[in-house]
Design a protein around this ligand. Sequence first.
Ligand code: GLU
Length: 439
Amino acid sequence: MTVTRFAPSPTGYLHVGNLRTALFNYLIARRQGGEFILRLDDTDPERSTRHYADEIMRDMEWLGLTWDRVERQSHRLDRYKEAARQLRDISRFYECFETPAELDLKRRTQLNMGNPPVYDRSALVMSDSKKEALRKERGDGHWRFRLDHARIVWQDGILGGVSIDAASVSDPVLIRGDGQFLYTLASVCDDVDFGITHVVRGADHVTNTATQIQIIQAMGATPPAFAHHSLLTGPRGEALSKRLGSTSLRELRNNGVEPMALLSLMVNLGSSKPVELISEPDTLWKNFDLSNYGAAPAKFNADDLGTLTARVVSSLDYAAMEAALRAMGVPDDVAPAFWAVVRDNSKTRAHAEDWWKLCRDGADPLIAPEDSEFVATARSMLPDQPWDKGTWNAWTSAVQEITGRKGRGLLMPLRKALTGRAHGPDMGRLMPLLQTVKW
Ligand code: GLU
């Protein structure tokens, strides 16, 4: 059975980059009738919080990315300890005592000499007595996995054939000096134990994948199929900082972005398909195919999100908006007509409230000096309320006759005077809804 996982660390909010990973793994599982696991990579007790774990789940629920079960790495520390013992028993694990400053100095020296900054394995050849002395002086060391210096190859679901020389990679640290298990060890144990068949993650994990393949093999298991999607950049190719509030899912949700708009954008980004609105969640997985994605960075443009959201909102029928309109205070007898008029001009669901405030309270008229005489004439001809769907046409025709203005020069100043803005719904349909005129 296909089993995938999404493995965020609960040390921050999810952002659009994580979402791509979550979505791809979710879609693979759904497409193949498999299992999708939400794995919380919370081995770092200082940085992982309950709050972030809850928020991650909330974001995923909002998007409908439902998981079949949750696993927490913090609950599996005994298993990691056992795996470490196993690796030590087969001599693939060794203790090192370098301080971060020493490692940094080694790295800089290597770089200065034009060499890749790969750990020199000096701890591997250190005598036991020297290690004992260092342990006394510095406390327990950190533990590295000894890579087998061969080429590591795999067929990547997105990148195609990948081949990495293990000698160009540092032996990965799997346990810190303070005993904390690091992501790499925990992740491979989990992938093996949970029977993960496919792992999709960002291209920043390619080197991790190389080392993880060897660790999994050292544990006597078969690595899953790997695929590495490209990283997201801003519209001009600039780095998309995850600290940017506007790319956190929570922020997008609070800004009224619609789940299907976000999912539609994410599933098409970086693929050979054009960005288009997908209205049925099932279509997402039915059409999903990893081979449609390329290795080039995918450009994320928040404007696309706005356009797609507006399209979702304009497609919402009254029943979908009824509760929201009631919460905005739109009376039930007016609400269906009101929604029919403003839906195409509502950028988000919440934006409908702006239109409701306009209808209920009116707006300060927007009158350019050169139009003041014209609008004063028009004002004197404005029929008394109640207005109906023929009022706008009848009134503007009469004003045209008297003033000689026509087209935009006639209609725009009147729209601005009545609504205080240059854009909005069809005036013929809006006018009957205007309860207050401040003009
Ligand atoms: N917690 C890791 C991350 O967020 C998981 C990477 C993986 O998928 O293995 O980068």
